[in-house]
Design a protein around this ligand. Structure first.
Ligand SMILES: [Zn+2]
Length: 351
């Protein structure tokens, strides 16, 4: 089969590989919608995972089942399915402990384009099919469905980690597609004010539509100063970090009230350390909590988040700014993510 792969750090290309083998609990799918992700860019061009050779990229897919193992109960050939980017081993100790995303070792629930070939291929392998697939709801927009792989569950996880409550003042740093979903999730959770930090006009417009009350443009001044000014010098109850770099932590700590919580879902692809400013962290005694986590993945989560789309509570398809046709489309779609033209939010490939 054909797949679009990381050849080595800094290089991508088309390769030929064998169709993956289906174990007793697994499924083999062919993609019907795909999306590239900033994580793919970090993986290839920052070498964030270390070197990988001829590893097929991609972890965001909607699929059609072409083969199931003998132990799979709830899925059959021909089913159209939502596929989570994170595919834990649900029968693991880590899953029983409440952290399925770390089954098999830290972050090891992330298998596609990390420990095994990803979804940018004619076929891809899904472990623990009953635990990790969900039926594609009848009538669901394929773009919205593709956002259920990673953008929605990750953006929502930022809000879960920050434990947003009714009436909270919330800052969402980074309003790419993950941050936009954090804005939508914070609104659903009952945040009173949502400060969306970003500079791109189309992202800012969509952030407002999803529930942001204020746009904080870092090109118009220091974000700490702007948010402190808007909160009467108090700062915010919760911060969700969905973009930025190692310096972003310092700003998040500064704008957070004592007792506040940071939920980080940003993939820090470079550097050895993150920065926590000592004094603004109360010399270690501020009760400012930093929580960072990979989203859990899994069927129940996909099904629940899918309901929010089907009932019109969220509109993730509005994030899709560029659409390509056919598997060959993953190459220009990925390059678009790499180059980030200002009109881009999220590209989609339909097959
Ligand atoms: Zn992704």
């Amino acid at each position: 089969m054909k797949g679009y792969a990381m050849l080595t750090i800094g290089q991508t290309g088309w390769i030929e590989k064998d169709i993956p083998k289906c174990g007793p609990a697994d499924a083999i799918c062919k993609p019907i919608a795909l999306a590239p992700c900033t994580s793919d860019i970090h993986t290839v061009w920052s070498g964030a995972l270390g070197d990988r050779h001829d590893m097929i990229l991609g972890h965001e897919a909607v699929g059609e089942v072409v083969e199931v193992g003998s132990e799979v109960k709830d899925f059959k050939v021909g089913d159209r399915v939502l596929v989570s980017a994170i595919t834990p081993d649900w029968n693991s100790i880590a899953a029983q402990e409440g952290y399925p995303m770390h089954s098999g070792g830290m972050l090891s629930g992330w298998k596609f384009s990390n420990f095994k070939d990803g979804v940018f291929a004619e076929y891809f392998h899904v472990n623990d099919a009953d635990g990790n697939l969900a039926k594609l709801p009848e009538g669901m927009d394929l773009g919205a469905a593709a956002m259920l792989a990673d953008m929605i569950p990750t953006g929502f996880h930022g809000v879960e980690l920050a434990d947003v409550q009714f009436g909270d003042n919330v800052a969402v740093i980074g309003i790419g597609p993950v941050g936009l979903m954090s804005v939508a999730a914070a609104a659903i959770r009952g945040a009173a004010e949502i400060f969306a930090v970003g500079s791109r006009k189309n992202c800012a417009d969509l952030a407002r539509e999803y529930g942001a009350t204020d746009i904080i443009n870092y090109r118009e001044g220091d974000i700490v100063e702007q948010i402190m000014a808007k909160t009467g010098g108090k700062g915010v109850d919760k911060v969700i970090i969905a973009g930025g770099d190692n310096d972003t932590f310092a700003q998040a700590i500064e704008i957070l009230k004592p007792g506040g919580i940071i939920g980080n879902v940003n993939y820090l692809g470079e550097g050895d350390f993150v920065k926590i400013p000592r004094v603004q962290w109360g010399c270690g005694m501020s009760h400012k909590t930093v929580r960072g986590g990979l989203m859990p993945g899994g069927r129940v989560r996909s099904e629940k988040l899918a309901r929010l789309i089907m009932t019109g509570r969220i509109h993730p398809e509005k994030m899709i700014t560029h659409t390509f046709q056919g598997l060959e489309g993953v190459e220009p779609a990925l390059m678009l993510m790499k180059d980030k033209p200002r009109d881009l939010i999220k590209p989609l490939v339909l097959l």
